[in-house]
Ligand binder design. Structure first.
Ligand code: SF4
Length: 352
């Protein structure tokens, strides 16, 4: 049996953050309940034989906006449809202002063993600048509540190069994180897309030099704190790499459910319509031939510190990058250094 992941998209949020490019919207309870019923129907109707589920990820959006019974219902549908490993990694995303102890306890009762919290910053001015609903004290309280409920694998998302962020305010956020001791940290450089509130208002991304400083500051800080920098934006304590995300980067199949959700069955990438009321059957598919799969494997593998095997005709280019500090050779693989991560798009384009 092949291993696979499952991704379930919950496209609802309390308000829209100014930088957010994810598919999510504000909705009333009736819309959310109807969506949930459609989602469960969709999961139960799936027919994927010969797959063993090693990770489940309920993301969004803000899954913690759902009622306490929603995650158990989703988990039940997944268990009825798929063969799920007893020790599968099962993550649910939450936001500090909407998560409750009852929600976490219910989620744990159906197998959730990892929680990802959208923290973004421990500086209230930055949170306000980003259009976040929560504040630093709320995030710290939510973290402690989740930990006290018994979750031993917590990810926190933070953002780098926020407008107005300084090295000292970033340090405050990182120190705040370390004092909570999450098992995993995802640190994303703020990118501004045209279709966001920021994009429409003409807010600019931080200059490259600032992005670079923030990236290196974070990488060095996290390494000193005992975390592995195992993917461009991901840091983990030993043994706590995200199995679900590793599946993406290793190009393992990941079956997706819900409006706007993206999946991959091993040869075909697909995504559902971004239409909450009618996403079920509306699927766009793209078949990847062997060449395209090989390219994806390189592109995704180069995001990780384990790297990837480089095609023979690109070895001299990779060796040149090693000499110049952009790559490392690890056994048969080539992996990007921090310096290389920062220009990964260019390097990947050159290799492909
Ligand atoms: S909470 Fe997350 S998904 Fe929702 S609007 Fe903010 S960034 Fe987007």
């Amino acid at each position: 049996m092949n291993s696979c992941g499952i991704y379930i998209h919950i496209p609802f949020c309390g308000t829209k953050c100014f930088y957010c490019d994810f598919f999510s919207r504000v909705a009333d309870n009736g819309t959310i309940e109807k969506y949930l019923a459609d989602l469960i129907k969709q999961i139960k109707s799936a027919r994927y034989e010969n797959f063993r589920v090693e990770s489940i990820y309920i993301g969004g959006g803000t899954p913690s906006l759902l009622s306490g019974d929603a995650v158990p219902k989703i988990a039940e549908a997944v268990n009825m449809t798929f063969s799920v490993d007893p020790d599968a990694e099962f993550t649910v995303e939450v936001n500090p202002e909407s998560v409750s102890v009852a929600f976490i306890k219910k989620a744990m009762s159906c197998g959730v063993n990892r929680v990802s919290i959208g923290v973004q910053s421990f500086d209230d001015i930055e949170l306000k600048t980003l259009g976040r609903r929560s504040r630093a004290a709320e995030a710290k309280k939510a973290f402690s509540m989740i930990r006290d409920a018994g979750i031993t694998n917590i990810n926190t998302d933070i953002m780098l190069a926020i407008p107005g962020q300084t090295e000292s305010s970033l340090e405050k956020t990182l120190c705040g994180l370390i004092s909570l001791s999450p098992e995993h940290v995802s640190a994303y450089l703020l990118k501004i897309e045209d279709n966001t509130v920021y994009g429409k208002k003409g807010v600019q991304e931080a200059p490259e030099e600032i992005q670079r400083e923030m990236f290196f500051f974070t990488s060095n800080f996290m390494r000193d704190a005992g975390y592995e920098h195992y993917e461009i934006s991901s840091y983990a304590k030993p043994g706590f790499r995200s199995r679900h995300n590793l599946g993406y980067w290793q190009l393992k199949p990941c079956f997706a459910f819900g409006a706007g959700a993206h999946g991959f069955d091993g040869h075909e990438r697909y995504y559902y319509d971004k239409n909450i009321g009618d996403f079920f059957e509306k699927k766009t598919e793209e078949y990847l031939d062997e060449k395209a799969l090989a390219e994806e494997r390189i592109m995704l593998g180069l995001r990780t510190s384990d790297g990837v095997c480089i095609p023979p005709d690109k070895i001299s280019y990779a060796d040149f990058l090693v000499k110049n500090g952009y790559m490392l050779k690890i056994g048969k693989n080539y992996a990007l250094t921090d310096e290389g991560f920062l220009v990964s798009n260019k390097i990947i384009a050159d290799i492909l």
